[in-house]
Structures are given as structure tokens and as C-alpha cells.
Design a protein around this ligand. Structure first.
Ligand SMILES: [Mg+2]
Length: 302
């Protein structure tokens, strides 16, 4: 069973309760509060061997645990407010290890004005496990940006550069909260998602949930300098853990955004939203078009 089959199975058996505006299947859940307010909530679990190696620095592991959730809240066009952190520590861990882990988590939280409001600690017999939950909210008067709002005719944009994250950026990336907040302050955003699994996979999620086709142009995809060898395009499409934002806006706004950037970060028009069966088309340098297969990270291969 693949990860997204499992998520679909769960979603089909968990009808959204009262006050759940958007349930399972977006970067965050959107929950109604009394009055006109709403909050967004995300939770992410990081496991030794899957998301980091035992030799990675505890500060970087703690930082990444909070940063991946910050990225999900940013993908909703929201600001992160409060964090909860649950940690399973391996038996016999050194006290300094736990304090360094927490120091890293707090560094990510402080950088974005987030308070650590609670959590849990437990002993783990199977390596380090760290689970972060973040609560955020949209800027006043605005609604969270979903994956499902892309409209035909919009431009497809991405922040930063893609690929090569495993060289180290996946532990040190800066979540795009500042960029997301400037974006929603400046214009209407159709749909948005953060690139955790890889552009090829995450673009398909956005297309599927919006019921549209995305046409992406190979020669416009910005490739990171950290892509060392091999095929740079494949790295940009499939490496994953870029934690950049993929979003859609009207074409006129898109070119203005590309000219100015967002919060000091470059943003690039990489494609367009077109009608047709949901999916992603990659237009090659010679103008050839091919359906883009999901090649990003798959948790439950087989
Ligand atoms: Mg996400």
C-alpha cells in the first residue's frame, strides 16, 4: 500500500466533523473557531533512518522537526503561532543530546515567533523519534490557501531553487513563512502546496485536488547549485525535501512577483494551469510534451 492510498483510506473513514472546514488531505487542517476566525493545524513525525541519520547533529534534527511543520503552515498562507513537540529518546541517551535537540527546535520556533506550548517525552527502543504539531492562523480578514483552488489560466510559480537538498539543505532550510505572508498580502492565490516529496509528486497533488492540468516548462525550472552530478532536471523534479512553495496566481501578478521576488527570495514562473484530466505535463526544451510521472519520495514503496 502506498502512502497516498493509505491517506485516502483514512480520509474515507473519517468524515469531517462540525467545524472542520478542510480535513485530511491538505498541508494543514482548517478548523472553524467561534466568530469568523479559523486556525490551521499540522503534525509531522521525523524518524531516525527515514528523515535523518543517527550521526546528524541533534540541533539540526530539532530544527528540522519544527521547520517542516512551519513549511506546511506557510503553504496555507498562514502564520505559525504555537508548537507542541513529542520526543521519543533512545535508551541511554546523553542529557546533552536532549538539550541540543531542544535548542535546535527552539531556534526554528523563535525565528518565526512561535511559542513552544507543550509536548511529551518518552523512551524509544527503536531510535530517535520526534513529532511536531503546529497551530497557525491566516492574516486577519483572509482565509487559508488550499491545494484545491487552482484555476485554468493561472500561472504556476515556485520559490527558490529545487534539487540537491540531501547535500544538507533538508536539515537547514528556511521555511517560507515570510514569503507566504508577503504573497497573500500582495495578491489572490489560487492554490498552494509546499514541496516536501518533490516537484513531480507535489505538483500532481495540487493538480488532482484542483481538478486541473499543470503544464510545466523544463527550461524554466530553477535548479539548485547543490545538485552535484547526474541529471539536474531529475534532481529538481524528484529529490524532494526542498520545502519551497508551489502556487498559482493570475498571469499579470506572476510577472510582477517574478520581478520583485518575495521577502528577498526569488520566485519563478514555471508553468500554467490548463483544462483537462488532472495531471502534470512537462514541456521539454524542444517543445515535446510528456505526462510527468510522480518520482518523488514514496514512504511505503511497493
Ligand atoms: Mg506539505
Amino acid at each position: 500500500m502506498k502512502e497516498f492510498d493509505l491517506i485516502r483510506w483514512i480520509a474515507e473513514r473519517t468524515p469531517a466533523g462540525d467545524g472542520v472546514v478542510t480535513g485530511i488531505g491538505d498541508d494543514c487542517a482548517v478548523l472553524d473557531l467561534p466568530g469568523d476566525a479559523c486556525i490551521v493545524v499540522t503534525t509531522d513525525m521525523l524518524l531516525e533512518g527515514t528523515h535523518f541519520r543517527s550521526g546528524d547533529s541533534p540541533e539540526e534534527i530539532g530544527y528540522k522537526a519544527v521547520a517542516v511543520s512551519l513549511s506546511d503552515v506557510a503553504a496555507m498562507g498562514c502564520r505559525s503561532l504555537h508548537a507542541f513537540l513529542a520526543v521519543g529518546l533512545p535508551e541511554g541517551f546523553a542529557p546533552a543530546f536532549a538539550t541540543r535537540l531542544l535548542e535546535g527546535a527552539l531556534r526554528a520556533a523563535r525565528r518565526f515567533g512561535v511559542s513552544l506550548a507543550g509536548g511529551d517525552t518518552t523512551a524509544s527502543s527503536a531510535g530517535l523519534c520526534i513529532c511536531s504539531t503546529l497551530i497557525g492562523a491566516p492574516p486577519s480578514g483572509r482565509q487559508p490557501v488550499l491545494r484545491s483552488g487552482a484555476a485554468v489560466g493561472e500561472a504556476v510559480m515556485v520559490t527558490g531553487r529545487l534539487g540537491g537538498s540531501l547535500a544538507g539543505r533538508h536539515l537547514r532550510f528556511v521555511p517560507r513563512q515570510d514569503e507566504a505572508l508577503e504573497l497573500v498580502a500582495r495578491c489572490a492565490v489560487g492554490a498552494m502546496i509546499d514541496l516536501s516529496d518533490g516537484l513531480s509528486s507535489d505538483a500532481r497533488h495540487l493538480a488532482a485536488q484542483s481538478g486541473v492540468r499543470l503544464r510545466l516548462f523544463e527550461d524554466r525550472i530553477p535548479v539548485s547549485d547543490e545538485v552535484a552530478a547526474g541529471n539536474p532536471l531529475q534532481a529538481a523534479l524528484n529529490d524532494g525535501e526542498d520545502f519551497e512553495l508551489l502556487f498559482t496566481v493570475s498571469p499579470g501578478v506572476a510577472h510582477e512577483l517574478q520581478r520583485t521576488g518575495l521577502a528577498g527570495t526569488m520566485v519563478t514562473v514555471i508553468g500554467e494551469v490548463v483544462a483537462g484530466a488532472p495531471g502534470v505535463i512537462l514541456v521539454g526544451r524542444g517543445g515535446d510534451e510528456a505526462e510527468l510521472a510522480a518520482g518523488g519520495y514514496e514512504h511505503f514503496a511497493g
